[in-house]
Design a protein around this ligand. Structure first.
Ligand code: R5P
Length: 295
């Protein structure tokens, strides 16, 4: 049974179609005070996969997944899997300032009752694998091949740029898969809104299609800075590709306005989603064993 929770209904339908497993949507509403009501159908399968991305409104999305997961178990499911294509809170992976909440570990603790968690390209930076924060079978699969295929088919002569060191793992791997040139920039982040990025090797971008690749676009500032410079340096076309299109604070419009084309996967439902991760999730569900295909 593939259950589409509120953030991922259409992705869950696609996964259901590809796996041949039944698609189910819960009866869900808000009580007048804003609390969440959920009800499962009368018959529940032994194996249940809940599909729930953690954006928008990550806190609500997490509570919904927890309520649904625990209820599924209480009413008879023997194996409950959470397919969370975008796992929120992973970037707060350290106490940067005294007294701060290390959210990634707490979020993992809340979800650890699931028998399995599948996610796509989690933001792993200061921790090297999900096993450091989850004790259950949390596995990640990567959309790198899908992105590489998209670039190779649509922009065979492009150059790839990772806008910061953290994006390097995506940009480098995708570039390697399709034998494209790539470079990684250095970013300094002063606040959520203020970042500085310097494009080096300017001669390489002149007249070229340049593809900026990152795991997440949130406010878009990590992309906006290099876009400005790439334009000045004479790039012919600028494309931003990300796995997780959060697009906070009208980032999608800002990036388009800055002159870039924007492409995302559908780990989060968004208007730039042109690459579907349904196939790679369905494949893992069908295989029954979840392989960690990247770091
Ligand atoms: C962090 O290092 C991530 O890889 C992204 O670069 C970051 O989350 C993007 O954030 P924003 O779009 O707000 O600049």
């Amino acid at each position: 049974m593939i259950i589409g929770l509120s953030r991922s209904v259409s992705l869950a339908k696609e996964i259901s179609r590809l796996t041949g497993e039944k698609f189910v949507q819960l009866n869900s509403k808000r009580f007048p005070d804003g609390e969440l009501y959920l009800r499962f159908p009368k018959q529940i399968s032994r194996k249940v996969v809940l599909v729930q991305s953690m954006h928008p409104a990550p806190d609500n999305a997490i509570i919904e997944a927890i309520f649904a997961g625990k209820t599924a178990r209480e009413i008879g499911a023997k194996k409950v899997t959470l397919a969370a294509p975008y796992l929120a809170y992973l970037r707060q992976d350290k106490r940067f300032k005294k007294g701060e909440c290390v959210s990634n570990r707490i979020m993992a603790g809340l979800l650890d009752f699931f028998d399995e968690i599948i996610t796509i390209d989690p933001h792993l930076h200061r921790i090297s694998s999900l096993q450091e924060i989850f004790s259950n079978k949390a596995r990640h699969i990567t959309a790198n091949q899908l992105i590489a295929d998209f670039i190779s088919k649509n922009h065979p002569d492009s150059i790839l740029i990772g806008p910061d060191i953290e994006s390097g793992q995506w940009a480098a791997e995708i570039a390697k898969k399709i034998n494209h040139p790539f470079t990684i920039l250095k970013k300094k982040r002063y606040s959520a809104e203020t970042v500085r990025v310097k494009v080096h090797a300017p001669e390489v971008v002149k007249g070229r299609t340049v593809i900026l690749v990152d795991d997440i676009i949130s406010t878009g500032h990590t992309m906006l800075e290099p876009i400005k410079q790439l334009k000045k340096l004479g790039a012919k076309k600028i494309i931003c590709i990300c796995v997780h299109g959060i697009f906070a604070e009208n980032a999608l419009e800002k990036l388009k306005h800055a002159g870039a084309e924007v492409i995302a996967t559908n780990t989060i439902a968004n208007h730039a989603a042109k690459i579907s991760v349904a196939g790679i999730i369905a494949e893992h569900i069908n295989n029954g064993s979840f392989v960690c295909s990247a770091k």
